[in-house]
Structures are given as structure tokens and as C-alpha cells.
Design a protein around this ligand. Structure first.
Ligand code: HEM
Length: 496
């Protein structure tokens, strides 16, 4: 009895000791280890780390609009811009970046995700590791290459026509293109992912968009571990509802499709992305078979990884062309030369060289994804540094894309001619200097999809309109899942 009473009495103290060890002692020890190697940052604060300062930096940066400069790194990531100033330059050594992303001996895996982001991406290919990732990657590679991708292009052209028809009926001087491209990229993903079921698909993506917005606004908020089991915030309750709603809606689409196949109304499960996934879930070959949960997570990832990224790429490219009429003219000349007034086709898309240079320069100045995240799996040597296990690594491509040491004194200027002889020449063979779609085995699986989508949309706009920036446009950025315009981008279009 006395023993039991003593244990109960000691329990809160030992829990407190474990928490302090994890949240204070271990983290301070990591800071000391890194400081002794020249990597110094702001002091760690109990429970919050540096999240409060990050939010403060970001709020302050986004409270003031800037001039039309492309020098956005200090605005979009003010905390990284300030704190990396104190680091030793070796951290950004391009060779080290290659070593991390190539992850040959699995020393630098992706970090585990939790909370809202877990609800959003589940165990989809952006986050998984090992065999599961290899299986998902194989399937996604198949969906986005060669003939599969070609079969998606007509859906992209149809979706752009829908947008352009809508523009004919818009009255007023300017069009807010970020909003327009949100609708366009969602439509394209709904059609390519869900094929004949795309109307139901739209509803799923609407729920995903809400979930993404909850995840974004909670990105730097700390919740004490375990507290959600006792008390849930409104966002937690809402996100649970959305997560279940998405799963139910997806299962319903699959059920309907399977029934139609059984009833002979459909020949097979379809060649859209969902069809490929459902077939994989029925595969006799265990190495190919995926579970229904994997299927749901893959569809979610397809949308989350592919919609807003493509949206911001298109928005910033139109913004850049609106303020650089000379490059807009060049791009239009090329498009009219290749397609005339016809809709874009796969052969022509491959010939758009000037457009490719413009898109690369837009991705350099305004990369939708501003950094890659990895963790240190076990204590590892990286260049001159010895890194303790479990620390996070952040590879800031936005910083590298704007670095005058790599790109020259005109690094902040829009000069697509840098890419006239390809990416390798533009980067002096430093592939780790320009990686809007990532690097190494985890490079973006939707790269071809996204570039085809952008080339089709830009070509069809350039065939019909000249455009310029609305004078009241406010240049300001916010970084949620991607780097998006804080107040939209308003553009004036003149029919040709
Ligand atoms: C402009 C558009 C896009 C940009 C800038 C972009 C950027 C990226 C980047 C930087 C990564 C690497 C992340 C890392 O290494 O941690 C990535 C991975 C990924 N992207 Fe994209 N992406 C775009 C469009 C798309 C599209 C359209 C899809 C699908 C429809 C897609 C699906 C994926 C997937 C599934 C991964 C994970 C790949 C893996 O880990 O194996 N992305 N993307």
C-alpha cells in the first residue's frame, strides 16, 4: 500500500522530468553541439522554440507592401533571411545539398508529419519512405509519363477554354488571375484525377482546400502533446469532419464505379488517376497492390501537391509577363508561330523554347515551394559538420535562387535569357542551385504535368490577349503552402 502510494506520488514528478528532458535539456544540448561547429541561431525558448518570433517576423513583413522588386526572400522568409546571416557559409554548400537530397544510405529521410498536415497528406508519396514510397512512386510515375500524360492534355485544353469563356462575360477593367487560376488548376486536377466522376471530385477538392487552409493557419501554433485528447479546438473538430468527409466521398465514387463495371455500363475502372489506383488496389501482384487508405491518401496528395503549386506558377508568370511586355511579345510570337490560332497539341508544346525559358525564370524568382525539409536519421557527418540524430534540415531554394554569388549582380532581375542554353549552362552545372521541383529521387513526380498545364494555359491566353498590370496592384506575398500573392494579382486584358 505504501509502495503504491509512493509510486502515485512520484508519477507526476517523473512525467515532468521526462518532459523537461525532452523539451529542454535535449534541445539545449543540440544547440550547444551545433554552436560549437559554427551554426548559431536564436536561443531556444521552452515549449515554443522560435515559433513566436517566426510568426512575428512574418506578420511584420506582410504588413507592408513592397515596390515591384523581385527581391522577395527577406519578405517571404524573414526569419531564415535574418538567422542564416549568422551561420557559417558551408551550410549552403551546393555539394552538401546534393548529398542530403540523394540520401544514399538513408541518412536524411523525410521527417514524420503529424496534426493537420497528417490529415491533409496522410501516408501519400510526399511523406512516405522505403518500400511503401517505392510502390507509390512507381504508380505515380506511370500516371504522369508518356501516353498517360498525353491523354490528360485534352482535359487541360477544355478547362482553359472554360476559363476563357468565363472571361468573355466578365465586366470591369481587371481580372484577378490568382483566383481565376485557382479555379482552372482545380478543374484540371478534378478532370485528370477523376475522369468521368469529376463533378463529385470537385466536392472532394473543396473539402481538401478547407483542410489545407486550416493546416496553413495553424502551421506555427504549438499544441501541448496529448492535449487534443482532452480538449479539441474548433479547427481540430472541423478538420476531423473534413478528413472523414473526404474519405467517405472518395469511397462512394469508387463504389459507384465498381458497380458500373459489374453491371456492364463501363468496360473497366478507367484510365484516369483514380482508375489506375483502384486497379492497383485489386492487383493480384502483392508488390503492386495498395490498400484503400493508401488510395485515398494518394488522391489527396495529387491535389495538395499539384493544385496550388501550379496555380502560383501560372500567377507569377502572368504577373512577370504583364510587367515585361517585350518578353510577352516574344512569347506570343512563338506561340502564334507554333500553333497559329489552333489549340495546343503535344508536339507543339515540346517546341515552346522561349516559353520554357520564361517559366524557368519565373520559377527561379518566385518558386512555389520555397524549401525542402529533411531530418537527420542517425548521427551523421555532413561535410565538416557532425549532425546529431533527429534534427531537422531545411534547404532553402528561394535563398539559393536569389543568390548573387550564383546568378550574378542581376540576380533580382527578370532575365529569361539566362536559360537560353538550358538549366545546366545557366547554373554553371550546379544543379543544386536551381531546383523548383526538388532534386534527387524525391524530385517532383508532377513536373511534366505542371509544365504542360502552364504551357497550354499561357499559350491559349497569349493567342487571345495582350495584358498589363492593373495600376492599383499591391506587391505583397504570403507563404502558406506555397508563395502566393497576399492581395491577388489584378491584370488588365485587351483582346487581340
Ligand atoms: C509548379 C508546380 C509544382 C512545383 C513547383 C512542385 C514542386 C515540388 C517539389 C519541390 C517537390 C520535392 C519535395 C521534396 O523533395 O521534399 C515535389 C514533390 C512532389 N510533387 Fe510536385 N510540384 C509541382 C506540381 C506538382 C503536380 C502537378 C503534382 C501532381 C499532380 C505534384 C506531385 C508531387 C508529388 C507526389 C511529390 C512527391 C514525390 C516523391 O516524394 O516521390 N507536383 N514537388
Amino acid at each position: 500500500m505504501i509502495v503504491l502510494w509512493t509510486s502515485l506520488f512520484l508519477l507526476p514528478f517523473s512525467a515532468l522530468a521526462i518532459a523537461l528532458h525532452k523539451l529542454w535539456w535535449t534541445l539545449c544540448r543540440i544547440q550547444r553541439t551545433m554552436a560549437s561547429q559554427g551554426i548559431r541561431g536564436p536561443p531556444y525558448k521552452l515549449f515554443y522554440g522560435n515559433t513566436r518570433e517566426i510568426l512575428q517576423f512574418k506578420n511584420e513583413a506582410s504588413s507592408r507592401p513592397m515596390n515591384l522588386s523581385h527581391d522577395i526572400f527577406p519578405r517571404v522568409q524573414p526569419h531564415i533571411s535574418t538567422w542564416t546571416g549568422t551561420y557559417d557559409g558551408t551550410v549552403f554548400c551546393l555539394l552538401l545539398i546534393k548529398e542530403v537530397v540523394n540520401n544514399k544510405d538513408k541518412a536524411f529521410p523525410k521527417p514524420e508529419i503529424e496534426g493537420f498536415v497528417k490529415k491533409l497528406l496522410g501516408d501519400g508519396p510526399v511523406t512516405t519512405e522505403g518500400e511503401k514510397w517505392a510502390k507509390q512512386r512507381k504508380l505515380a510515375n506511370y500516371a504522369f509519363h508518356g501516353d498517360s500524360l498525353k491523354s490528360m492534355l485534352p482535359a487541360m485544353v477544355d478547362s482553359v477554354h472554360m476559363m476563357l469563356d468565363r472571361w468573355k462575360n466578365l465586366h470591369g477593367d481587371e481580372i484577378e488571375v490568382y483566383q481565376e487560376f485557382t479555379m482552372l488548376t482545380s478543374e484540371i486536377i478534378s478532370r485528370t484525377a477523376f475522369g468521368s466522376s469529376y463533378v463529385e471530385g470537385r466536392n472532394i477538392f473543396e473539402m481538401l482546400r478547407k483542410l489545407a487552409s486550416i493546416a496553413s493557419r495553424n502551421a506555427f501554433k504549438i499544441r501541448f502533446p496529448g492535449i487534443s485528447k482532452l480538449w479539441k479546438t474548433n479547427d481540430e473538430l472541423e478538420s476531423e469532419k473534413l478528413e472523414n468527409g473526404i474519405r467517405d466521398a472518395m469511397l462512394e465514387i469508387i463504389r459507384k464505379r465498381e458497380e458500373k463495371v459489374k453491371a456492364g455500363e463501363l468496360d473497366d475502372l478507367g484510365n484516369d488517376f483514380l482508375g489506375l489506383l483502384v486497379k492497383a488496389s485489386h492487383s493480384d501482384d502483392e508488390s503492386r497492390r495498395i490498400t484503400i487508405t493508401d488510395l485515398v491518401d494518394e488522391c489527396k496528395t495529387f491535389y495538395i501537391a499539384g493544385q496550388d503549386t501550379s496555380n502560383t506558377m501560372l500567377t507569377w508568370t502572368v504577373f512577370l509577363l504583364a510587367i515585361h511586355p517585350d518578353w510577352q511579345d516574344e512569347a506570343r510570337k512563338e506561340v502564334l508561330n507554333v500553333f497559329g490560332n489552333q489549340d495546343p497539341d503535344p508536339d507543339g508544346i515540346a517546341k515552346l523554347k522561349t516559353m520554357g525559358m520564361i517559366i524557368n525564370e519565373s520559377l527561379r524568382l518566385y518558386p512555389p515551394v520555397v524549401g525542402l525539409i529533411r531530418k537527420v536519421g542517425t548521427k551523421t557527418r555532413l561535410g565538416k559538420l557532425v549532425l546529431p540524430a533527429n534534427i531537422g534540415l531545411y534547404i532553402p531554394n528561394l535563398k539559393l535562387h536569389h543568390d548573387p554569388q550564383i546568378w550574378g549582380d542581376d540576380a533580382q532581375l527578370f532575365k529569361p535569357e539566362r536559360f537560353s542554353e538550358g538549366v545546366a549552362k545557366a547554373t554553371n552545372n550546379n544543379l543544386a542551385a536551381f531546383f523548383p521541383f526538388g532534386l534527387g529521387p524525391r524530385t517532383c513526380v508532377g513536373f511534366n504535368f505542371a509544365t504542360a498545364e502552364a504551357k497550354i494555359a499561357l499559350s491559349m491566353i497569349l493567342q487571345r490577349y495582350t495584358f498589363s498590370l492593373f495600376p492599383a496592384y499591391v506587391h505583397s506575398h504570403t507563404q502558406l503552402l506555397t508563395t502566393s500573392p497576399q492581395h491577388g494579382v489584378q491584370v488588365i486584358f485587351h483582346a487581340l
